[in-house]
Write a protein that binds this ligand. Structure first.
Ligand SMILES: [Zn+2]
Ligand SMILES: [Zn+2]
Length: 441
């Protein structure tokens, strides 16, 4: 592979000694975090949210900086606008080039005067430029140019996304190196609707959805990938509110995932079908489907499928919508739902927290301290919470992390709750209860 000369990295002249921007000192603004500080917090080099695969992963960036502290010393420089790009962006190339950059770094580290000022992808090739370090200048280590040229040549045949052999080509007007699989994956992701992107980002499908009762992103994605034809509205429908499925997604809890998976497999056998809505109603699973335009109806097949959907709905009535364990179909808090005993108790904790919140509404610490009746009512609710928490098995505690289960469990000790100081009781009632209610709702 021939490396184009014009892609060869340029060397820049020395900037300010020590790499700090003198103007920054004059401004009375807090210094933004350095690349190293961003990485330590799990953020990408630039400190902004991930920009996709065109950025080295946090783990790999950290490794490079730790192994070659001298070469990447700009990771500790303040990222002001006039700083060299590396201080602001870190490694601005895809993770697929990690090995190439690693090998190159090992060779460049031999020269203590070399400091990387920018490392990025440009025109589908690796590009590196240097800042000269403030150390006394010495001869640039022989072989540096060769090492660079070799790395650039390697980048030209290495998928920037996954590191496998790739093709350097213009894709939609932009040069890049990708393997066939990554090219296909990119095209596929491009077709995703915005809510699909929300799923990929680990957010619930519907903004302001039913919190704990939205199908988790992993489960939703699993269904969409397994049955792309059946759920084609998610991939292809315009974002118009007319498409109920594309805007709402799977409006059911994770406990029903297996049931929906099974009925999807049945429906997907006929490629003319597509699902237009999946939701819970009166504590039962509802699945609505349609035929592709122009496909004639088949009453016999329809009756057969309706029967199977009914069977799935019957099964949903016996299956806890939250966790998938056997549950009972009942009216709870004026809503029909299916819950197992454990999940019922989680709802009880949430409801008790809601009661506590109402009790202290409009009070301040002084008024609360003066009112023993309200204090007692709060203590009573705490004991309820303690018993419900103590009954939670490890499985449901894992499903709902960050609740502080052990502490809640202590509340079942009535004597301890009775002895709780008023200010501690107040803190729980006025601050924690509402947070807990929301998390468990
Ligand atoms: Zn690839
Ligand atoms: Zn359950």
């Amino acid at each position: 592979m021939v490396t184009k000369i014009k892609q060869a990295p340029k060397r820049k002249k020395l900037r300010t000694a020590g790499f700090t921007n003198p103007n920054a000192l004059k401004l009375d603004i807090p210094t933004p975090p350095t690349v190293r500080e961003c990485l330590a917090q799990g953020l990408f080099g630039s400190g902004i949210s991930p920009r996709g695969y065109r950025e080295m992963s946090v783990e790999h960036s950290k490794q490079l900086i730790e192994r070659h502290p001298s070469l990447y010393r700009l990771a500790d420089a303040s990222p002001v606008p006039s700083s060299p790009p590396f201080a602001r962006e870190g490694f601005a190339c895809g993770d697929g080039w990690f090995e190439i950059v690693g090998r190159l770094s090992a060779r460049l580290s031999a020269d203590p005067n070399l400091v990387v000022g920018q490392l990025k992808e440009k025109f589908g090739l690796l590009r590196i430029s240097f800042e000269m370090s403030p150390l006394p200048p010495s001869e640039i280590e022989e072989g540096t140019d060769i090492a660079l040229a070799e790395a650039v040549a390697e980048s030209q045949i290495t998928c920037e996304r996954c590191g496998k052999p790739g093709k350097h080509a213009q894709r939609e007007g932009r040069w890049s190196v990708k393997c066939d699989a990554c090219t296909a994956e990119e095209a596929r992701r491009k077709s995703l609707r915005p809510w699909m992107e929300r799923l990929l980002a680990g957010l619930p499908a519907a903004p302001g959805g039913r919190s704990r009762l939205d199908l988790s992103p992993e489960h939703a994605l699993a269904l969409l990938e397994k049955y792309p034809g059946l759920y084609r509205e998610a991939w292809t429908a315009p974002t118009s509110p007319a498409s109920r499925f594309a805007t709402g997604g799977f409006e059911i809890g994770d406990g029903w995932f297996r049931i929906v998976d099974r009925i999807s497999a049945r429906l997907a056998k006929d490629t003319a079908f597509q699902v237009v809505q999946v939701k819970e109603k009166y504590g039962r699973l509802k699945v609505y489907f349609e035929r592709a335009e122009g496909v004639p109806r088949d009453p016999r097949l329809d009756a057969e499928i309706e029967a199977e959907i009914r069977e799935a709905a019957d099964e949903s009535e016996r299956t806890c919508e939250v966790c998938g364990e056997p549950g009972t179909h009942e009216e709870r808090h004026r809503w029909w739902s299916v819950r197992c005993g454990t999940c019922d108790q989680i709802d009880e904790i949430s409801a008790a927290c809601g009661r506590i919140g109402k009790l202290v509404q409009g009070l301040d610490l002084a008024a609360f301290s003066a009112n023993e009746m309200i204090q007692d009512a709060v203590r009573l609710a705490l004991v309820d919470i303690g018993h419900a928490a103590a009954d939670q098995p490890a499985k449901s505690r894992e499903r709902l992390p960050g609740i502080g289960w052990d502490r809640l469990e202590h509340f079942k000790d009535a004597a301890a709750v009775k002895g709780m100081p008023v200010d501690e009781l107040w803190r729980f009632a006025s601050e924690e209860a509402s947070v807990l209610e929301r998390k468990l709702r």
